[in-house]
Design a binder for this molecule. Structure first.
Ligand code: AMP
Length: 430
């Protein structure tokens, strides 16, 4: 399934391509067609599932440039409102729609102007109601009314505000409600606000007693050694080791094998026969480790996978969720371990922030350092035995200055033997 399958406008597809959305998440696959058909939708799903796209993409698709306030999206906090507005601006970049955020604690003037010339409004309930009561908001064009994280809005005491806002916008709108949980109060208001709504539930049910999630912080150059060490220690019965690219899976497989760990690859570049053969060996337990790209996070349905390793950190929360969702299935337990290098830190922090469950940090100080072989040519030519001669422009103190100033002096130095295994590098462990 791709975004093309939804029959979206080229400009929307173009924007999605631009931000790297290739495959819709589950909530998106199920919700976008329903919204396009005009249904009200109640989506049970949480942050990290891709729900902003689930409602934001069809809203952007339908919106007409130049007509103000066609969609009103309510969110519980200013941070979430800003996040939603930023995502929707990205979906609509090529269409050139304007998105106005509305929240308290800042002056009203710019918001009043924005409300008059933006196609999409993302607001917290209190300030939105304020604008409505003061007559700052022209509601007749509203086609979509969205409640995001509705359960949190109820918890925060916004129920009455939401009802008042709903009463002041057109009745023949489409209402879309997203919530991680469905408390009784919310069910009641949902019945009042929606009309024949379709229900979509894609809540990731992580049972934290069954699925344990950990991460290690490790230097890039030691990542492979750490992986081997924890594989040896835990000796998983059946594990998926996720890499970013096909090439990475190939390299990692070879290195695992040269350390006596029998692994196979699984990625989109394999022929159907190869895939079937490998999966068959994996199902039968002949191969315990599959080194895979994200393809495997969708294509493999095996109940007995005990461990997931993120050798390369996934780019987004949905990717993380899809990967770890391969273990702890059917009441069994599982472990997910992410190896976070200095380059991944920021991205992984974002994932942890957006993800609802705990990922615990582990530390391992002692493990054997192992070489990681690549097929790449070494960067330095093996013919250059000594540093190049300094040019007059070279900084004398710089590390590129020659260590031996003259041939004469060089003769007096003990002969250096540079032994460099052509294909061994400690630094390219991807
Ligand atoms: P959300 O649940 O909407 O807050 O999305 C969580 C994260 O997943 C955000 O960083 C989104 O940009 C990202 N995301 C949502 N949908 C997709 C998709 N189809 N492909 C890739 N990333 C996505």
């Amino acid at each position: 399934m791709t975004f093309e399958n939804f029959g979206l406008q080229d400009s929307v597809l173009d924007s999605l391509r631009h931000i790297g959305f290739k495959t819709p998440t589950r909530i998106q696959s199920e919700t976008i067609p329903l919204i396009k058909e005009g249904h009200d939708v109640i989506g049970q799903s949480q942050t990290g599932s891709g729900k902003t796209g689930a409602f934001g993409i069809p809203i952007v698709e339908r919106a007409v440039k130049g007509r103000n306030a066609q969609a009103l999206i309510l969110a519980p906090t200013r941070e979430l409102a800003k996040q939603i507005a930023s995502d929707i601006s990205k979906f609509s970049k090529r269409k050139g729609l304007k998105v106005q955020t509305v929240y308290g604690g800042v002056s009203m003037g710019p918001q009043i102007r924005g409300l008059k010339r933006s196609e999409i409004i993302v607001a917290t309930p209190g300030r939105m109601l304020d604008h409505i009561r003061r007559g700052n908001f022209y509601a007749d064009n509203i086609e979509f009314f969205v409640l995001d994280e509705a359960d949190t809005m109820i918890d925060m005491g916004f129920l009455n505000d939401i009802e008042d806002i709903a009463d002041s916008i057109p009745k023949d709108r489409q209402t879309l409600l997203f919530s991680a949980t469905m408390p009784r109060e919310l069910v009641k208001i949902t019945e009042r606000l929606t009309d024949n709504a379709k229900k979509v539930a894609t809540v990731l049910k992580v049972d934290e007693n069954l699925l344990k999630q950990y991460y290690y912080e490790v230097q890039h150059s030691q990542k492979f050694s750490l992986l081997v060490s924890i594989l040896e220690e835990e000796a998983p019965d059946s594990a998926l080791i996720f890499c970013k690219t096909r090439r990475n899976t190939e390299k990692l497989k070879k290195n695992l094998r040269s350390n006596g760990i029998k692994a196979e690859n699984f990625h989109g570049g394999l022929s159907q026969n190869q895939r079937e053969r490998i999966l068959d060996s994996f199902y039968k337990g002949k191969v315990r480790y599959l080194v895979a790209t994200n393809v495997a996070s969708r294509g493999i349905d095996v109940e007995h996978i005990t461990h997931i390793y993120n050798y390369n950190i996934p780019a987004t929360v949905p990717d993380y969720v899809n990967r770890i969702g391969r273990t702890a299935r059917a009441g069994k337990s599982g472990i997910a371990i992410s190896l976070v290098t200095e380059n991944d830190r920021r991205n992984f922090k974002d994932i942890r922030r957006q993800y609802d469950y705990k990922i615990e940090k582990l530390v391992k100080e002692e493990f054997n350092r192992l070489p990681f072989k690549t097929d790449e040519k070494p960067r330095q030519s093996s013919r250059r035995r000594y540093p190049r001669k300094a040019k007059s422009s070279d900084n004398k103190n710089s590390s590129s200055a020659p260590r031996y100033k003259s041939n004469k002096k060089r003769k007096n130095q003990p002969k250096r033997t540079i032994r460099r295994d052509r294909n061994v590098t400690q630094n390219n462990t991807d």
